[in-house]
Design a protein. Structure first.
Length: 159
C-alpha cells in the first residue's frame, strides 16, 4: 500500500503532459557551450494534420556572462531540405537589475523555455531535425549547462 501511495502521485504528474510529442536536452559537461557544439535533435511527426509548437530550452548558471542569449536554429526534413532557419534572442537575466529569469529548483541553476515557432504545420508526416547553434560573441559560452528542444501539439484555440 505504501508503494502505491508513493508512485500514484508520480504517475499522475507524468501522465498530465499529453501535449508533449518530443522533449530532449543535451548536457554540456564543462558547463560551457562551445561555438562548434551544434546539438541536433531528431523527432518524428506522425500526424501532419495537427499544428505544433516548437520550443528550445536552456539551463544556465549565474556564470553566464550576458543578459541574453542568441541561438540560431535550423529545421530540416528527412530529405535534408531546410524548412526554417532563424536567429532567436532571449533574455536570461534582467538588463537593469541582473536578476535571473527562469525557474530555479537548485540554487544558481535556471531553466527556461523559449518559443521557436507557434502553430507550425508540417506538410507531411516523417522525421525532422532541429539543430541549435549558440551565436553570442564568445567561442566558449560559460554558464551553459544544457540546451534542448520541445515539440508539443498546439492548442487549436490558439491564433
Amino acid at each position: 500500500m505504501r508503494r502505491f501511495l508513493v508512485f500514484m502521485p508520480l504517475l499522475i504528474l507524468f501522465s498530465c503532459d499529453t501535449s508533449r510529442i518530443f522533449e530532449q536536452q543535451v548536457d554540456f559537461p564543462d558547463k560551457a557551450w562551445l561555438v562548434q557544439d551544434q546539438p541536433h535533435f531528431d523527432f518524428e511527426i506522425k500526424d501532419h494534420t495537427q499544428n505544433y509548437n516548437l520550443y528550445y530550452t536552456v539551463r544556465n548558471s549565474l556564470d553566464f556572462p550576458f543578459s541574453r542569449i542568441f541561438v540560431n536554429y535550423s529545421l530540416v526534413d528527412s530529405t535534408n531540405t531546410q524548412l526554417r532557419k532563424e536567429l532567436l534572442s532571449a533574455y536570461l537575466f534582467d538588463q537593469k537589475s541582473g536578476e535571473p529569469f527562469g525557474n530555479s529548483s537548485i540554487g544558481d541553476l535556471f531553466d527556461h523555455r523559449f518559443p521557436i515557432v507557434a502553430n507550425y504545420h508540417f506538410d507531411k508526416p516523417g522525421k525532422y531535425t532541429i539543430t541549435l547553434e549558440q551565436f553570442n560573441r564568445l567561442d566558449t559560452l560559460k554558464g551553459m549547462l544544457a540546451v534542448g528542444i520541445r515539440v508539443e501539439a498546439a492548442n487549436n484555440n490558439q491564433e
